[in-house]
Design a protein around this ligand. Structure first.
Ligand code: C2G
Length: 141
């Protein structure tokens, strides 16, 4: 296996993950910045059931809708359904990813994967979140 991080001129595949519910500019920016780190961007979109386990609520848009939205983005080459947080190593192998990108709310959490790929945490876009949008739209904030 080649050294993670050492370029051999082959196209670099970047992988990132997220729920991307009520898609907003913070989501767009992380996708744009992830794409800029390589040549091909693969995005794991959290399954409805995983989102339920992580956040304790149903997403506003279901997994088929969220997959369709993310797949339609210019920077995204491939999407798949992320069934479990614990399967990252398998997904990285399956999609031959060279770089894993996560928001810095996950800082440190996936450092053990540095033996299979680069791991980059990007700063979140301030002052926007799906939860805040839901509260704003429903008039509860
Ligand atoms: N994000 C961001 N700025 C925001 C909101 C979100 O940069 N203001 C980023 C997050 O850091 C993440 C991506 O957008 O990289 C998707 O965010 P979520 O949909 O909240 O993803 P999450 O539920 O954290 O799912 O395997 C991990 C999970 O699937 C990540």
């Amino acid at each position: 296996m080649s050294d993670p991080g050492v370029s051999d001129g082959a196209p670099r595949t970047v992988i990132t993950f997220g729920t991307f519910d009520v898609f907003h500019v913070g989501h767009l920016k992380v996708i744009e910045r992830a794409a800029a780190l390589g040549d091909r961007l693969v995005v794991g979109v959290s399954a409805d059931e995983l989102n339920m386990r992580k956040k304790g609520r149903e997403p506003v848009f279901n997994q088929a809708e969220r997959l369709a939205i993310v797949a339609a983005l210019r920077h995204v080459d491939e999407v798949f359904l992320e069934e479990s947080l614990e399967l990252k190593r398998d997904y990285i192998r399956e999609y031959a990813a060279d770089v894993l990108v996560m928001g810095d709310d996950w800082e440190g959490r996936f450092d053990d994967l540095r033996d299979v790929c680069e791991v980059v945490y990007l700063p979140r876009t301030p002052a926007i979140s799906t939860t805040a949008l839901i509260e704003k739209i429903s008039g509860t904030s």
